[in-house]
Design a protein around this ligand. Sequence first.
Ligand SMILES: *Cc1c(COP(=O)(O)O)cnc(C)c1O
Length: 371
Amino acid sequence: MSPSLIPVERILLGPGPSPVPQRVLRALGAPTLGHLDPQYLAIMDHTCEQLRQVFQTKNPLTFPVSGTGMAGMECLATNLIEPGDEVIVCVNGVFGTRMKDVMERCGATVHAVEATWGDVIALEQIIEALAKHPKTKLVGIVHAETSTGAHQPLEGFAEVIHAHGALFVVDAVTSLGGHELQVDAWGIDAIYSGTQKCLSCPPGLSPVSFGERALARMDARKTKPQSWYLDVSMLRKYYTGGGGGGGRVYHHTAPINMTYALHEALTMVLEEGLEARIARHAQMHQRLRTGLEKLGISYIPKRSLYSLNCLQIPAGAEDAVVRRRLLEEYGIEIGSGLGPMAGKAWRIGLMGYGASIRNVDLVLAALRAVL
Ligand SMILES: *Cc1c(COP(=O)(O)O)cnc(C)c1O
């Protein structure tokens, strides 16, 4: 490869991808197996079991969708929605806005429940919307809104949503592996995530999990999902087909080497322990926050994520110049603001392997120098 095209080492402290440890990169380079090879199926089965542990669920239908986080979002929407369905989507940032768009493309009539970007959705707003739209089939919400850094509480939502016979659907792309998240205990019916945020794996897979209510909804469909590639009724015959090659049906060629990488990344999550990992994310967030406050930089959201720190750009600082200098002089990537926050916010991700004392102190020192 021409030297100028050989990727350099960056310190990825933006909204994702996050830094990938050597162990995970090495796993990617293992020999490619066939997607129906019994050894590969054993690796896939074990990966799904690890995903159940990290999602804290017993859902048999838990597997990595081929594609990034957006593929997971489309997979849930296309399988759980039939044209004409009424759904509620919580919109307080880029990803809630996208969820609304994706569900509309599936033929849903979407009732948006909104909050100012940076704020979270109150349970009362959902109660009100459900009362106003009693035919609602599904409520979609983003747990970790990466565009604003807002940390959405989810406890207590399921009871209200289930009382109306609706499904509780959650985007956990930036929370899985970095924040407290209990799929079964919180009554979540369907959830999707991504590999390149708090799991510290390269981008390319989207872990999803479907509970019994979601399965019942899919089994009762009168129409086929618009997407062939993401049709769970076919995918489940491959992913949960009984093990050892028996009963497995080819649908599409699984991203073999990405599965090795995800397996290794999940092994690292479970070795560290979920609780310890979340505590580390909390501690690194606090360390960064303390340092930023000393620099006079404040947070935009009131309830900030640990994994994504959305900051007000201080007066006098030039957004693009500061980010370019961080990248060129220090090799550090941080994120810019999105939508209404463009030019007003910086986003510092402390995700997975990236959430370390070394990285926090380095980005603080670099910011101090550049500002
Ligand atoms: C990153 C992200 C996505 C989209 O994931 P891609 O991997 O970019 O497709 C969806 N939702 C949230 C909250 C995200 O942070």
